[in-house]
Write a protein that binds this ligand. Structure first.
Ligand code: MRU
Length: 360
C-alpha cells in the first residue's frame, strides 16, 4: 500500500524521512524524489533491510533510526517468541542481520548496539514480553527524537562559523532527509533561514545517484533556501570565481584520527577547498565518530552495483561490458578538515586528542 497522504512536517515545508505509524514504519522512498512523494509501509525486519540496501532510506543517521525501528518490528513478527529470552534472541539475530545491509555508516551499528543494550538490560531486569516490546519501541523513538535535537545543536555551532551573505558548497545530502530533521551539514542553512540570515548554497549534484540534485536541491528549495545546483565537476570553477566561502558536508564515519568517510567525491571537494584557501567543515553527531576505527584506511568502503554508473535512472550511458569501479564513499584525510562540528561544539586539530575529549 502506498500512502501519499500529507505527512508531518509537510505543511511546514519539510518531509519526515522515517515515521512511526502505530504498527508500522512509514518510510519516505528517497529513490523516487523529487518526482514523487511516496511513503512505503514497512512491517518486517526484512522490509527494513531491503529499504536500507536499496537506498529507499539513506544518510547515516536516518539509516540508524530505520534500523532501530526494524529491531522493534522484528520482535512483533509472528514466531518471534513468547518469552523475553526468546525475544532477546530475536533482537540479537535481527541486529546481526540488519548490520549487513550497508557497511560504511557507523550510525547503523551504533543504533543496533543501542537497541541490543536496551533489550539486554530489560531481559536482565526480568521484564515481561509485552513491556519488553513497548520499551524497544520507546528506545527507537528516543533515538529519533534525540537525533532531531542533536542536529539543531550542530546547526547552532555550524552557524557560528558562517556570516550573512556567504556562499557555502555542500556535497551529497546531509539534510533533513538523511536524519530525523534539519540534517547535519544542512542544519545551519535551516537555522539561518529561520533567522533571516542569507546563505547562498551550492549543491553538487553528486554522481552517481544524485543525492545532491534529487535531495539537497529539493529539500532546500522547498524550504525557500537560496540553492544553486551544479555538476560535481563545476565545484573548482565555482570556487575559483570566489563564490564559495565555506564547504560543509556530512559524514558516514569519522575515524579516531579525524579522517572522514563521506559520499564519493567529498575528498576531491576537500582538496579543491584547500587549494582555494576555503575552510572545509564536516558536521556530524557523536554517534558518527568511531574511536574504535583508528584511521580512514580502516573504514570499510561500500562498493555498489555498476548499473548506478552505466545505466542510472534507466538510460544506458556507457557501453555494455565496460569495466566499472563504483565505490559509494571516499576518505578525506584529517589534514584537509578545518573543523568537525558536533552537538558538543566545534572540534579542530589535533583530532586524535580532541575527538577523544568529546567522549570524556
Ligand atoms: O549513500 P548515502 O546517500 O547513504 O550517503 C550519504 C552520505 O554520504 C551523507 O553525507 C552522510 O551519510 C551524512 S548524512 C547526515
Amino acid at each position: 500500500m502506498n500512502d501519499t497522504k500529507q505527512q508531518p512536517g509537510e505543511e511546514q515545508g519539510w518531509l519526515q524521512s522515517v515515521r512511526w505509524n502505530g504498527d508500522r514504519l512509514d518510510l519516505l522512498d528517497q529513490r523516487l524524489l523529487p518526482e514523487q512523494i511516496v511513503y512505503l509501509p514497512l512491517r518486517t525486519v526484512q522490509d527494513v533491510w531491503d529499504a536500507i540496501r536499496e537506498l529507499k532510506v539513506r544518510g547515516a543517521p536516518a539509516i540508524g533510526i530505520a534500523a532501530a525501528y526494524g529491531v522493534y518490528l522484528g520482535v512483533c513478527e509472528e514466531g518471534a517468541g513468547t518469552s523475553t529470552s526468546e525475544l532477546l534472541g530475536k533482537v540479537r539475530r535481527d541486529a546481526e542481520h540488519l548490520a549487513t545491509s550497508r557497511p560504511t555508516a557507523v550510525n547503523l551499528f551504533w543504533a543496533l548496539d543501542r537497541m541490543k543494550a536496551c533489550a539486554e538490560g530489560l531481559a536482565e531486569s526480568g521484564t515481561a514480553p509485552e513491556p519488553f516490546r513497548a520499551a524497544l519501541l520507546a528506545e527507537a523513538q528516543l533515538i529519533q527524537a534525540e537525533d532531531e535535537e542533536t542536529n539543531r545543536r550542530i546547526g547552532e555551532h555550524a552557524l557560528s562559523l558562517f556570516q550573512d551573505g556567504m556562499g557555502v558548497l555542500t556535497h551529497c545530502n546531509a539534510g533533513g532527509l538523511a536524519t530525523a530533521r534539519y540534517g547535519t551539514a544542512l542544519a545551519p542553512m535551516y537555522l539561518a533561514q529561520e533567522r533571516g540570515m542569507k546563505l547562498k548554497v551550492f549543491a553538487d549534484e553528486t554522481r552517481p545517484v544524485l543525492q545532491g540534485a534529487r535531495l539537497t536541491a529539493f529539500e532546500l528549495q522547498q524550504a525557500g533556501v537560496d540553492v544553486t545546483l551544479i555538476c560535481d565537476n563545476m565545484a573548482g570553477y565555482v570556487m575559483s570565481k570566489g563564490w564559495v566561502q565555506a564547504v560543509i558536508v556530512g559524514t558516514d564515519r569519522v575515524a579516531a584520527n579525524g579522517d572522514v568517510a563521506n559520499k564519493i567525491g567529498t575528498y576531491s571537494v576537500a582538496v579543491l577547498a584547500k587549494a582555494h584557501g576555503i575552510p572545509f567543515y564536516v558536521a556530524c553527531p557523536l554517534s558518527t565518530i568511531d574511536l574504535g576505527t583508528k584511521t580512514g584506511a580502516d573504514i570499510p568502503i561500500e562498493e555498489r552495483h555498476e548499473d548506478e554508473i552505466t545505466q542510472g535512472f534507466g538510460k544506458r550511458t556507457a557501453p555494455k561490458g565496460v569495466k566499472v569501479f563504483n565505490p559509494a564513499f571516499d576518505v578525506t584525510p584529517a589534514e584537509y578538515v578545518s573543523a568537525i562540528i558536533t552537538e558538543k561544539g566545534v572540534v579542530r586539530a589535533p583530532y586524535e586528542e580532541n575527538l577523544r575529549k568529546l567522549f570524556d
